[in-house]
Design a protein around this ligand. Structure first.
Ligand code: ZN
Ligand code: ZN
Length: 391
């Protein structure tokens, strides 16, 4: 235990150590940005992190949920273990100016800066490790984004993954069993506050729906066909008809695309597919919205006489930050940026697998400025690596 003055001095020493690594961290964030990799394929990023841990003399494990890298810094005396996370993955966004021409991967959510900030935290805490009551885990984690879901489903079927997203898979494997609390710092969209903390996120469920009917000549004998495309469009209309039943405070989003709706207009489509993402603020609201979608799918099938099969996957649990960690973060950030620069506790319609972690331990997930454009768009990129990755 330390006095308040001693804690202030430790913070100063840690901050100085981070500052002395500033140029390396900026360079690292920019380097990872230039080498985007999608979830569960982050081999180069994992190797870069492993090199940093080696350079710092920290013991680490690799290959956790395919690409996760986890190091442990032992404190001077016993206490809880806090994990600092950095998400390794990029999105699949071939139109992005910084996209990898070969794979189409692009850092349109700023995760490269998280990895640099995680390693910056390691540099800072290394300067005061003897004074820490408890350990710190530094963990580069895979696959926060929902990309290449069909490939991931195959990995689940093959037994290589247990969940589609990284933190849920890591939790299932016990990789967080020796951790008591976890935090990461994400970049926000353009025009965001300098730092926001305490925000919550929607949980989300993915439904892959397949309608099957019967093909026939669309001109000569359409009456012999059973039209799967009409089932899908009716289901979409029935989903829209129920939007009034979603309460404002539940922040429900139901978004769908139709990856397949027939091959040619000369034949009655015998197969149509919908990919539906359902999001809501609570598990109860998620269930309500999922029931509405299931009924809509059934109604489309019944009306046309097609068969509908639905594969349902829980993608992310709703995310809530711990109030105690939120207050510590706010108070510390205020000493750097001033009270006015910090925003508190908004609800966000997007989802994150920090939600899964927030179900099993206290978590902290502040957002920092440093990026331009809207997250997940071709315009999004971190331009101020110092703000995003160091400060
Ligand atoms: Zn994202
Ligand atoms: Zn993200």
């Amino acid at each position: 235990m330390s006095t308040a003055a001693e804690v202030t001095e430790l913070k100063r020493a840690a901050r100085e150590a981070v500052e002395s690594s500033r140029d390396r961290l900026i360079e690292l964030s920019a380097d990872l940005q230039r080498h985007p990799e999608t979830g569960y394929r982050e081999e180069r990023g994992a190797a870069v992190v492993a090199d940093w841990f080696t350079g710092m003399g920290l013991p680490f494990e690799t290959g956790l949920s395919r690409t996760g890298v986890k190091a442990r810094m032992t404190g001077g005396s016993s206490g809880p273990t806090a994990a600092v996370l950095g998400e390794l993955d990029a999105l699949l966004l071939p139109g992005h100016p910084l996209a990898d021409p070969a794979t189409g991967a692009a850092h349109a959510c700023g995760h490269h800066a998280q990895v640099a900030s995680m390693l910056g935290a390691a540099m800072g805490l290394a300067a005061v490790r003897e004074q820490l009551d408890g350990d710190v885990v530094f963990f580069a984690v895979p696959a926060e984004e929902s990309t290449e879901l069909e490939w991931r489903r195959e990995l689940v079927r093959a037994g290589e993954l247990r969940h589609l997203v990284g933190k849920a898979d890591l939790i299932a494997r016990g990789a967080f069993d020796d951790v008591d609390m976890a935090m990461l710092c994400h970049t926000a969209s353009e025009g965001a506050p300098r730092l926001s903390v305490g925000d919550s996120h929607n949980g989300s469920v993915v439904k892959s729906v397949r309608f099957e009917g019967r093909a026939s000549h669309a001109g000569a004998s359409p009456w012999r066909g059973v039209n799967a495309l009409k089932s899908a469009t009716l289901a979409l209309a029935a989903i829209d008809a129920q939007r009034d039943t979603f309460r404002d405070e539940d922040a429900v989003r139901v978004n769908a695309v139709m990856p397949h709706g027939g091959s040619a207009p000369t034949a009655v489509p015998d197969r149509a597919e919908l990919e539906v993402v359902i999001r809501a603020r609570t598990v109860d609201a998620l269930r309500h919205a999922c029931d509405a979608v299931d009924r809509a799918v059934r109604s489309g099938a019944v009306a046309l006489g097609t068969t509908a099969t639905t594969e349902t996957t829980l993608n992310y649990l709703p995310h809530h930050q711990d109030p105690g960690l939120t207050e510590l973060c706010r108070a510390n950030a205020a000493t750097l940026f001033g009270e006015a620069a910090i925003s508190l506790g908004a609800h966000r319609g997007a989802s994150t697998d920090m939600g899964d972690l927030s179900e099993v331990m206290p978590v902290l997930h502040p957002f920092t400025s440093g990026a331009v454009g809207d997250a997940h768009s071709v315009d999004y990129r971190v331009t101020d690596h110092a703000a995003a990755a160091v400060e």
